[in-house]
Write a protein that binds this ligand. Structure first.
Ligand SMILES: Nc1ncnc2c1ncn2[C@@H]1O[C@H](COP(=O)(O)OP(=O)(O)OP(=O)(O)O)[C@@H](O)[C@H]1O
Ligand SMILES: [Mg+2]
Length: 312
């Protein structure tokens, strides 16, 4: 790996860790998601630093940032944009929605109607939006960090699994430890840590890192291990719907990104193991009896990992 890549990755990690304390694992997974060119779902309770993390990421990468608070009355046009009439000459002009940014925080995505959710998810997976027959490409890079509250509140529309499949990674931040929360108090005493942040790379350097991810070597044996893990989820008797081929691709690309983040030019089985829960758990649909029997998708992934032979 080139020294420049290693330096950029290290600086990005340090700058995010300086704002969100005690969350290095989550920060690493977020970096993996960004470098792999995918979108990340953060499932968490209020006040644990989701918005702060998204802002920190866009500042560190020197990218434009916008935030959309999802509500039940939000319409697809409020996200992707719409054609507006100019009353003076009767012509139409495209008014771009907030999706035309580089880092988009889609806050509480499960509060919007399924139609609005799917407008965003379509834009995410296609990298473009089509309005009244006209296609508009989104920016490059384009990264969505969507948040969802894990507690089922009244009036929410949980994302269906088919939509969850479009997120590369699902994460949760969780509370900091006692010591880290104490440090947080004093880090915030005079000003917010975000205020002093600066970009650690530019757009071209980020695109170069994303390109480097694709060149990370994967042996046929490691690819075979990935597919055996995926098949293990499809065969599992407590699973109604296992990992899709889209999910296999997500595991492949995120494993390459994790290798790069760890300074390797090849994927090792460790990468797949470390990423199995964050890349796979949200894609599984469990059989009803296991859902009520207290098993979580993460438990199933752990079982599949334990039952699948690791290449030597
Ligand atoms: N682990 C942490 N390290 C440092 N600061 C933290 C941490 N967790 C939360 N904070 C701080 O707590 C405050 C609230 O965080 P933030 O607004 O990002 O939460 P949120 O998860 O977006 O909440 P909501 O769901 O209500 O939007 C911020 O000032 C943030 O810096
Ligand atoms: Mg927030």
């Amino acid at each position: 790996m080139s020294d420049a890549h290693a330096t950029h990755i290290q600086r990005l990690r340090e700058s995010l860790e300086g704002v969100i304390l005690g969350k290095s694992e989550v920060i690493e997974l977020l970096m993996v998601g960004v470098l792999a060119g995918g979108h990340v779902l953060l499932e968490d309770v209020p006040g644990v630093g989701k918005t702060t993390l998204a802002k920190a990421l866009s500042t560190a990468l020197g990218l434009d940032f916008s935030r959309v608070q999802f509500t039940p009355d939000l319409l697809p046009g409020d996200i992707v944009g719409s054609q507006v009439l100019n009353p003076t000459d009767g012509s139409f002009r495209f008014l771009a929605g907030p999706v035309f940014t580089e880092v988009l925080l889609a806050d509480e995505i499960n509060r919007a109607s399924p139609r609005t959710q799917s407008a965003l998810l379509e834009a995410m997976s296609e990298g473009q939006v089509t309005i009244e027959g006209q296609t508009y490409p989104l920016k490059q890079p384009f990264f969505v960090l969507a948040t969802q509250n894990p507690v089922d509140f009244q009036g929410t529309y949980p994302l269906p699994e088919a939509q969850l499949d479009r997120f590369l990674i699902r994460l949760s931040l969780g509370y900091p430890s006692h010591a880290q929360e104490l440090d947080m108090l004093f880090a915030h005493q005079r000003s917010h840590p975000l205020d002093g942040m600066e970009a650690v790379m530019d757009r071209a350097q980020l695109l170069a890192l994303q390109e480097a991810v694709r060149s990370i070597h994967v042996t046929r044996e490691v690819g075979d291990y990935l597919i055996r893990l995926v098949e293990g989820t499809r065969r599992h008797d407590k699973v109604d719907l296992g990992i899709s081929p889209r999910g296999s691709l997500a595991c492949f690309r995120t494993a390459q990104a994790r290798a790069l983040v760890h300074g390797r030019d090849y994927v090792s089985p460790d990468d797949l193991q470390a990423l199995a829960v964050p890349t796979m758990a949200h894609r599984l649909i469990l059989a009803p009896e296991s859902r009520y029997g207290g098993k979580t998708p993460a438990d199933i992934i752990d079982e599949v990992l334990a039952d699948t032979a690791v290449p030597g």
